[in-house]
Design a protein. Sequence first.
Length: 552
Amino acid sequence: MNDRTLPFSLLFLFLFNSLAVGQNSVAPPAPATAAAPAPWAAADAFRKSGKLDEAAQLYKALLAADPKRVHARVGLMQVLLRQQRVEEAYGLGKAGLAMSSYTTELLAEMGDVEFRRGEMMEAEGYYLHALRVNEREMRAYLGLAQLYDAYSMHRMAYDRLKDAHALAPRDPDVQRAWFGMLPRRERLQSIEEYLSSPHPDDEDYTRNLRRYADFLRATVDKPVHACRLVSSVKVTQTPLIILRPDPRHVEGFGLPVKLNQHSVRLKLDTGANGILISRNAAESAGLERIINLGYSGVGSGGSQGGYTAVAKHVRIGELEFEDCVVYASDKPSIIDGVDGLIGADVVGSYLIDIDGPALKLKLSPLPKRPEEETAPTALDTGDEDAGEKDTAEKATKKAELRLPKDRYVAPEMKDWSTVFRFGAHLLIPTTVNDSQNMLFLIDTGASHNMISTVAASKVTKVSRDEAVKGGGLSGPVDFYSADKVKLHFSHFTQQYYNVLSFDLSNISRLTGTEVSGLLGLDMLGMMEVKIDYRDGLVDFSYDPKRVPGFAH
C-alpha cells in the first residue's frame, strides 16, 4: 500500500515551511495580584505549558459564566485545534461571531481554524479582516505568512513573518517559525532556549525538535553538505521501473540511483521528502554516518529508528551531485523490492516530468525568472545554509540573492494548475461527488487513489474493508471502502467505486491543514505529470493511446 516517508527532514517541512496554529498572541490584562491570578491567566498558563485538558476546563467555566468573553473563547479554540478537534473549534468561533464579537483576536483565530480545515480563501479573508480592524494583530500576520508560503508566494510570506516577529518575538508560534530564518549556530541556541522553557507542543513535536537540535549540535562546526551539481549535463532522462508485489498489481515506480557508485533502486514518491534507504543499502554504499535520528510515516507504530548520513556522490540519470545528506533506517529492509525511496522534491530545483506511459523521468531546467541569468541546480536532500562557508561580506551578498521569491508563472505555464505546497507535499483542490473543494495529495507513492474516512463519510457510504491489508513506514493501517467517488481536479473528472479509505488525521496534523485524500499511481501512472516545485505548479496530460500496459 502507500509508503509515506516523513524522515527527519519533516522538521524542514513542518517546522520551517509551515507555521503551527493555535497559540495566543495578544497579552491579556495583568492579574490583580501575583498570589491569586485571574482564572483566564491560569487557563493561559496551562495552555502555554501544554496542559490542554486543564486549560479547557477553565476556559469552559469562564465561557459558561459569560459567553461574550472573547479571550476565553479564543483560548478554548486554540486548545481544541491542538487536540485536533477542528470542527468543535470552528463551531465555537462561528458562535462567537454570531454574537457580533468581531474582535481582532477572534477574527485571527477563525483564520487559523479555516486554514486547518483547508479553507484557504476563507482563512485569508479572516486574517485580512483582522488587520483592517487592528494593523498590529500579530496572529493575522503569522497566519498570512503560513498561507502565502503554501501559495508559493514566499517573499510575501517572509515579509508577513517579519511583521509578526517584530510584534511578538517571544510568542511560541513566532519563535518556532523564526528558527528557519536564523543561521545554524543562532538557530541551535534559539531552539535550546525554547526547549528549556515551558512550551505548548505535544510529545511528537518536542521529540522531533530535540532530534533536530542534536543534529545541529553535531554539525554546526562542520562544513555544510550542499549537494552540488558536478556534471556538465543540464537535461537528463532515466527509465522508471514498474514495481509489482505480484503479477496483477503495481506498487509504484522504481528509480535507479547511484550512491557512491553503488547502484540502488528507490521508489519514486511525490508524497515523500528526501532520500530514505535501508540499513543494508547504506552500508553497501559506504555512507558516512552523521547522527542517529528517527523518522515517521503512515501507520500506528510511531517513530522508527534511523540516522542521517552523507553520500559523497549521488547520480540520477546523467546528473551527478556531490556531498549530499540522506536518511537511513535501522531496519535492514524497509520496502519490499526496493532499497528505499526518494521524494520527487529531491530534484525540485528542476522541472520534473514523470511520464508514466513512457516509463521515463525527465529533468530539465526550470524557466528562468526575468531577473535570473541561470536557473539554480542542486539536490534538496536536507542540509542548508551553504553560504556559511563564505566570508561575512560574501555571505551577506548571497543572503540578499537568496531572499525568498514569489511564484513566477512562465508564459508556457499559464495553463498549469496551482497547488498548495507544504514542503514536499503538493495539495491540489479536488471536488468529491460535487462537494466543495477538498485538498488531495499528489502521491505517486500511493498505489491507489484513496480518501480520508472523514471526507468519505461526508459524501458517500463508508464500510470496513477487512480484505485489504497493508501499512506504511510506521506500521499497520486499518482500511475502509468508500462506495462511490467522483473525483474532479485540474481539468480531469473520473468516477470510481469502492475507493480505499483510511484515517489521514496524522498527516493532516503534521501538514497543518486538512488532507482529504491521495491521488495515487493507478491514475497518475496513466498520465504525464509535470511538476514545478519552485512555483507550486503542476500539469497533467492524458492520452488514451499512451495508457501503459499495467493499466489494462
